[in-house]
Design a protein around this ligand. Structure first.
Ligand code: CO
Length: 470
């Protein structure tokens, strides 16, 4: 292969999912999003990422919103634009592996309610954890995009990435995403990686990164020059910092070049004008922390994702142990090595981070071991790229025999049991899936929903009484 054909770069807008997840703890409400949907629909984005990731949990838990209802409203509004979601492989949008029947049903319902593209990743890059979701997406005629969880370490060579890319293509994925959740992909490394992937597979390659370490725009530029097909950007008021590079900046950068996206800056300016007051309000209320907007150079030094840094800070604060921050930061890579050097992305980032905090606070490593650390060392999350530290494994799980098969092979179908448990709350087919992911949070939401309904019924009854006095 010599020259890579020049072509317009396609853009996925992340404002409705990752941008607000990264900057304001996923707190944007459906009501705040809907008024701009019409304008966004005119832009001609490759897709709009608007669902999945933490949005599902945050909607139910903090916003008291039905995430399925939000998705249906997006589908009504976006008549011409593909809707995209983020999906944690066998962990769906939750924190543990689920049975295949739940994964299949979730994919089916996501597509039925309006999702076009499902970006599926596994926190260990264990391809076996992606098979069920990819097959289900193929079956429902959705676009199955498989994401490589990008990370650094001895095991993560170009050969490693191209070999799993090949597996992904063979698995039946429609495209591949390089998912750089921590902003670790440096510009010239992007050139190498994108070139190597383009030479290995035929399906399109998308790049997702975060600005956390300050290199993201340069990384996109090099990746685009190397032939990447799609990049993820956020409209400027919710760009940069722990979020993505700004949409308008990327569009302007490639204007008049063979990579020209063709997107209209006037429309983008309207969208930015719409979101700017929401940003200002979040700054005023403290929901948007200015600390998250700068360059966090520790990300490059410690290779810890931005979201994980803020989790560690708050965990230590709760324990009145903020002075241990740097000890914990140095413990993170050691725990990661003990656990087979996985990428740090939900849920492995939380598992490694929490264990590192325990190791430091207890004054003895693995004196206290979380349930999740034990599960990882027992093979229950899947296979890691490197072997576990045998001594640590023995200390944590004793003589228990770790599993080596695809973890979900050992999980019996769950849907019927779940349906039985939540039958009294069910108002739509999708409710059982909300319950499967977050049993307690979903139940609280169902109760809230019922109480609201009772209130509405009472109001209607009152107004009727008023209209027809008895
Ligand atoms: Co992201």
């Amino acid at each position: 292969m010599t020259d890579i054909a020049k072509k317009p770069i396609k853009i996925t807008e992340t404002i409705l999912r990752d941008a607000h997840q990264s900057l304001i703890a996923t707190r944007m409400t459906t009501e705040q999003m809907l008024p701009i949907v019409d304008t966004m629909d005119k832009v001609g984005y490759h897709s709009v990422e608007c669902w999945g990731g933490a949005t599902f949990d945050a909607s139910l838990r903090f916003l008291k919103e039905d995430p399925w209802e939000r998705l249906r409203k997006f589908r009504d509004g976006f008549k011409n634009t593909k809707l995209q979601m983020l999906f944690r492989g066998q962990n769906i949008l939750g924190y543990r592996p689920y049975a295949d029947d739940v994964v299949e049903y979730f994919v089916q319902k996501s597509i039925a309610n309006g999702i076009d593209i499902i970006r599926i990743f596994d926190c260990l890059n264990d391809m076996r954890n992606l098979q069920t979701a990819v097959k289900a997406a193929n079956k429902e005629k959705g676009h199955a995009q498989v994401a490589l969880s990008y990370t650094l370490g001895d095991a993560y060579t170009l050969e490693y990435w191209t070999s799993i890319a090949k597996e992904i293509e063979e698995m039946g994925a429609d495209s591949i995403c390089i998912k750089d959740m921590a902003g670790l992909l440096l510009p010239y490394k992007a050139t190498e990686l994108v070139k190597a992937l383009k030479e290995t597979v035929k399906i399109p390659i998308q790049l997702h990164t975060h600005y956390t370490s300050g290199v993201a725009s340069m990384t996109y530029m090099k990746a685009v020059e190397a032939g990447v097909d799609v990049i993820d950007t956020a409209i400027s008021p919710f760009a940069l910092g722990t979020s993505q590079p700004a949409t308008e900046v990327m569009v302007e950068t490639f204007k008049g070049t063979p990579y020209d996206s063709g997107l209209d800056q006037k429309l983008l300016a309207e969208i930015a004008d719409y979101f700017r007051p929401i940003r200002d309000e979040a700054l005023d209320s403290g929901l948007l922390n200015p600390k998250n907007l700068g360059v966090n150079i520790k990300t490059l030094l410690y290779q810890v994702p931005g979201g994980m840094l803020s989790n560690l800070t708050s965990q230590l604060k709760e324990q009145n142990a903020e002075d241990k921050f740097y000890d914990v930061l140095e413990e993170v890579p050691r725990v990661r090595k003990d656990l087979g050097e996985p990428p740090l992305v939900t849920p492995s980032s939380q598992i490694v981070g929490t264990q590192a905090v325990f190791n430091v606070l207890m004054g003895e490593r693995y004196k206290m071991v979380t349930k999740e650390t034990k599960a990882v060392l027992s093979g229950e999350y899947g296979k890691t790229v490197k072997p576990f530290n045998k001594e640590v494994q023995k200390k944590c799980i004793g003589d228990k025999e770790p599993i080596t098969c695809r973890p979900a092979d050992l999980i019996p179908d769950e849907l019927d049991t779940l349906r039985g448990e939540m039958a009294q709350w069910s108002e739509q087919d999708e409710d059982v899936l909300s319950y499967a992911l977050f049993p307690q949070v979903a139940t609280d939401f169902f109760k809230y929903r019922e109480a609201q309904q009772t209130k509405v019924d009472a109001t209607v009854a009152d107004s009727k009484n008023g209209a027809y006095p008895v």
